[in-house]
Design a protein around this ligand. Structure first.
Ligand code: 26W
Length: 821
């Protein structure tokens, strides 16, 4: 039978055809008709219809690449924070208007449909969202790229706030059908764990090894389409779900042990059950290492299969394949590729090592020493015995090279070793990453510099050419176009719509900053967005906020180094000033927080409680409550971010210098016309350089000053003694002003601040307060503020993830754009 594949868009581009497609999908895949349909039925039928509009582009992309056999980049990441798919796919398939017309006048408005669309929260924070921005840009740039990750059944927990405390609820994003994925249960990949490695002599008398795992798990691929914007390319993200193997179950069924058979199945399938909700602090759990190896093993198998299917010989792997490791989480891929090449493809060690070192590139996303993953050697040996042998061999050869270069420098050897000695022996995954990669990059200029100077200094001395910087970026499609349609409309009306694929064009807005009429339009956009956010705040917290007040926003993971506490101290100080002098003419402000804390991070959770407690007192104060409000928006995620960034006036980026690798929220705010108050940390530095120091409120100790202060011996009490308002705020917290008179509740916060204050909150307090006073004054001059806001957006085109991906493609991957004909 000759099968005709649709060569043109068979889904039809008329409103009638679109409507009919929804009805057909409703009828044939939901067994429903319009009369019987629920919101969810229509949502599913609509989503299927929209997805169908991407499938043809997807097929063309895949088929063309198969024919051309280009070099591919593979992005391996344990986390992806994709955000809602429906609004994105409506935009990228250009079916928004068709869908709007189809639903128009029905009892199923588009807003209701979009509310049904659940965001897959398969990540913790910045690293996961960055991965999603990168996929968006790779597709938009027509780069042959595939993302790989884990299809967690439960993503990042849903945060509720009860009595001011964070309460975690499971994220049941798969409770109903997720319409955006294609499951491929017929294409499973086996993954082994445990067992032992057997040595034998091959036909040529060479000693070889073979791994006999004790346990097997299957990886079931699911892919999610990743369309490019304004181009035909549709890439995909392939996420692995753990499935029990049939054989494994049958063996136990046969011996009549039904319960154990089911238990074994549960044990296997647990691997992709839940995302670890930790950010920057690893929990060295066996299940996590199992997750990492599981998704990496599936992905490498898949990559090699695709490579071989195109007729390439295994020796040429590094010509066609480059793999970017998103932090250390997929680094076990390095020994896994060695194992495949040596044990399964019969390559010699040195040939395998040469290929491996040309395939992998590593991105580091942190400066927190405790965030560098380490795995006990004993755990590795038990779970991945063959890999542990390979790691030891990599280490032996590596240290031999180092010894040759630095004879008798034993300290250096132990600093560099892949294995940490002393106490429990551990595998240092960051070291393995550097040794096994041809490129090591940080995510902002300062961060990359600190990697070279401090965190990975010995490695930099060995291989300076490996180190490079790639400053992060964000996708303007999601964070401007979708999040802020009003501003997008104004920008496109002013400079055309080319900026969505070439963000540098925002520069053309500069000349309009001096135009009072343009500024008025800009302000009208901001105000409308603030009104919208006020409605969200009311619905989620019950708090009424004034859209005419300044929206001062801090949304990010809760971590002590990010210093949400510093903002809390500022708020208390402001409150005290107002109470002391009710006639004080302060700029009205709404302080907006959003932050998830790791469930086991006690101090972070207490800080959330403190913020809510301060809000309780401030908001209900008859004097202060008129000029300031404090709201904590529960469950900050990509979707909520999309309604927050467009409404912000002031962006809080106040980490202790030297701790925030880059930050990406800072970019989203600036691109939406917020001014930043920030330290000279991460990408803040580059934002300030671009927008101009006069359009950025910077304060606080620099990295050098931080190091110097710590070296000389930091004494937090000195700063309390020097700032009476700080002392007062701390005393209030300590005495129970924000805890109904209970002095014990916040005592741990006071203690960390006064005893150690690791992140120099007190040292930066005075400078911060002073800078906030300057913000107040600046905000009063509406015209100048607007001008500065416009310049922030106009000068931040550099922070597009398109630019970042172009740099990776040219400077690290050597992959070329391949538009679909
Ligand atoms: C296993 C524990 C763990 C979990 C997550 C360690 C480290 C991580 C991530 C690397 C933390 C993270 O998300 N880092 C953030 O990465 C962003 C994207 O590059 C940066 O913008 C942030 O500054 C950085 O904190």
């Amino acid at each position: 039978m000759e099968i005709q594949h649709p060569t043109t868009d068979r889904t039809g581009r008329t409103p009638e055809a679109f409507r009919q497609n929804i009805v057909n999908n409703l009828y044939y895949s939901r067994g429903a008709n319009v009369q019987s349909a629920s919101n969810y039925d229509i949502y599913m039928a609509l989503s299927r219809t929209v997805r169908n509009h991407l499938v043809e582009r997807f097929r063309r992309t895949v088929d063309m690449r198969y024919a051309v056999n280009p070099r591919f980049v593979y992005y391996l990441s344990a986390e992806y924070l994709l955000g809602r798919q429906l609004p994105q796919n409506l935009l990228y398939s250009d079916t928004g208007e068709l869908a709007g017309a189809a639903l128009d006048g029905s009892q199923f408005p588009m807003t209701t449909m979009i509310e049904q669309d659940v965001e897959p929260g398969l990540g913790n924070g910045g690293l996961g969202r960055l991965a999603a921005c990168f996929l968006d840009s790779l597709a938009t740039l027509d780069i042959p790229a595939i993302g790989y990750g884990i299809r967690y059944e439960y993503g990042i927990f849903r945060q509720e706030i009860r009595d001011g405390y964070q309460v975690e609820q499971p994220d049941e994003w798969l409770a109903l059908d997720f319409p955006w994925e294609f499951a491929q249960p017929d294409d499973m990949i086996p993954v082994g764990f445990g067992g032992h490695a057997e040595h034998y002599h091959d036909a040529h008398g060479h000693v070889r090894a073979r791994w006999h795992p004790a346990e097997q798990v299957m990886g079931e691929p699911h892919h999610i389409l990743v369309p490019g914007y304004g181009t035909t390319t549709v890439n995909f993200l392939r996420l692995w779900r753990a499935r029990a193997t049939a054989e494994f179950d049958f063996r136990l069924f046969d011996i009549g042990d039904y319960a154990s058979a089911v238990q074994a199945k549960v044990h296997s399938e647990n691997i992709s059950k839940v995302l670890y909700p930790n950010d920057n602090t690893p929990q060295g759990r066996e299940l996590r290492l199992r997750q990492q190896y599981f998704f990496v093993a599936c992905s490498l198998r898949d990559i090699i299969d695709r490579f071989l299917r195109c007729g390439n010989p295994i020796e040429d792997l590094a010509e066609k394949v480059v793999i970017q490791l998103n932090d250390t989480h997929p680094v076990v891929g390095i020994p896994e590729l060695m194992r495949l090449l040596i044990d399964e493809y019969d390559l010699e060690w040195h040939a395998a090592w040469e290929i491996t070192g040309r395939v992998f590139a590593y991105t580091c996303h942190t400066l927190m020493p405790e965030a560098l993953e380490k795995w006990p050697v004993s755990l590795f040996e038990r779970l991945l015995p063959r890999h542990m042998v390979i790691i030891n061999e990599i280490n032996r050869r590596f240290l031999a090279d180092v010894s040759a270069r630095y004879p008798n420098d034993y300290d250096r050897l132990s600093r560099l070793s892949l294995i940490e000695d002393g106490g429990e022996r551990q595998v240092r995954m960051a070291h393995l990453a550097v040794v096994g990669s041809f490129s090591v990059n940080g995510v902002a200029e300062l961060h990359s510099q600190l990697l070279k100077d401090r965190v990975l200094r010995d490695f930099y001395e060995l291989w300076p050419e490996r180190f490079n910087n790639k400053t992060n970026g964000v996708t303007p499609r999601r964070f401007i176009r979708l999040a802020n349609p009003r501003l997008s409309g104004l920008i496109s009306d002013t400079i055309g719509d080319g900026w969505l694929r070439d963000l540098d064009r925002l520069e053309q807005l500069e000349s309009h900053a001096a135009d009072a009429a343009f500024r008025a339009q800009w302000r009208a956009v901001k105000t409308a967005n603030k009104v919208d956010l006020a409605a969200v705040i009311l619905a989620r917290t019950g708090c009424v906020v004034d859209p005419n007040s300044m929206y001062d926003v801090m949304v990010k993971r809760l971590h002590e180094y990010k210093r949400q506490l510093l903002q809390a101290l500022h708020i208390i100080t402001r409150y005290n000033r107002l109470v002391a002098d009710p006639t004080l003419d302060l700029t009205p402000r709404t302080f907006i927080f959003g932050a998830k804390a790791a469930p086991g991070y006690y101090m972070a959770k207490l800080i959330i409680k403190l913020i809510n407690a301060v809000g309780e007192v401030v908001n209900n104060d008859p004097v202060a409550g008129k000029l300031m409000k404090v709201v904590f928006l529960p469950n900050f995620n990509v979707t909520l971010g999309e309604s927050i960034y467009p409404a912000a006036d002031l962006s809080e980026q106040i980490s202790m210098a030297g701790k925030e690798a880059s930050g990406t929220g800072n970019m989203k705010f600036a691109l939406n016309g917020a001014l930043t108050i920030g330290t000279l940390d991460g990408a803040n530095i580059e934002i300030r350089e671009r927008v101009g120091a006069e359009n950025f409120f910077h304060f606080g100790l620099t990295v050098e000053e931080v190091f110097a202060l710590k070296a000389q011996g930091y004494r937090p009490m000195d700063y309390v003694a020097a700032a009476p308002e700080l002392e007062k705020a701390l005393k209030q917290i300590a005495s129970g002003v924000f805890s109904d008179g209970d002095p014990t509740l916040f005592e741990p916060i006071i203690r960390t601040l006064l005893d150690r204050d690791e992140f120099l909150v007190l040292a930066d307090y005075a400078a911060y307060i002073e800078s906030q006073e300057e913000v107040d004054r600046a905000y009063r001059d509406e015209e100048t503020w607007t001008q500065r806001a416009i310049l922030n957006a106009a000068r931040c085109g550099f922070f597009s993830s398109d630019r970042a991906m172009r740099q990776y493609a040219e400077e690290i991957w050597r992959v070329k754009s391949l538009p679909v004909k």
